[in-house]
Design a protein around this ligand. Structure first.
Ligand code: 5GP
Length: 132
């Protein structure tokens, strides 16, 4: 079977590919948040970034960095670099992908003002829980 992105890697379905190397592919998102919205994927079908060995994740980030610099130079834009890991986090395609969204205007793709409030002392609890 395989995911839709595995089919793109295998050239079984078309995509507008803008970058490829032995381990990665980058192509335009079919439903862009902004023009030029791109998805960068490892060719190996990991489900989430947490599943990836550190070396593979770092290699993916090197490609993200390369393309982000290229976008900035080419489109004169700012960039949102996003990843949704897990269904609860909004991941729709079960194959790791990093969103590169060129930003040329103030329109926010997510609501920065939508925050939650900690109960008294709860921030301290989270700090201790998440300390590594
Ligand atoms: P997610 O919500 O999983 O982080 O993002 C999945 C992204 O994949 C969405 O932005 C969606 O538009 C894109 N997408 C889903 N199917 C296809 C496809 O067949 N081709 C391309 N190019 N993008 C796709």
């Amino acid at each position: 079977m395989g995911t839709i992105f595995e089919k793109i890697v295998a050239r079984e379905i078309p995509a507008d590919i803008i970058y490829e190397d032995a381990k990665h592919l980058a192509f335009l998102d079919i439903a862009p948040l902004e023009k030029g919205h791109t998805l960068i994927i490892p060719k190996k079908a990991y489900l989430t970034v947490m599943e990836m060995p550190e070396t593979d994740f770092c290699e993916l980030m090197v490609v993200v960095h390369k393309l982000a610099k290229h976008f900035e130079k080419t489109l004169h834009c700012g960039i949102n670099i996003l990843n949704n890991s897990g269904e609860i986090a909004g991941q729709e395609v079960p194959h790791v992908h990093i969103h590169l969204v060129p930003r040329r205007e103030e329109k926010s793709i997510y609501n920065k003002k939508a925050h939650v409030n900690y109960l008294p002392n709860e921030m301290e609890i989270y700090k201790n829980k998440l300390k590594l």
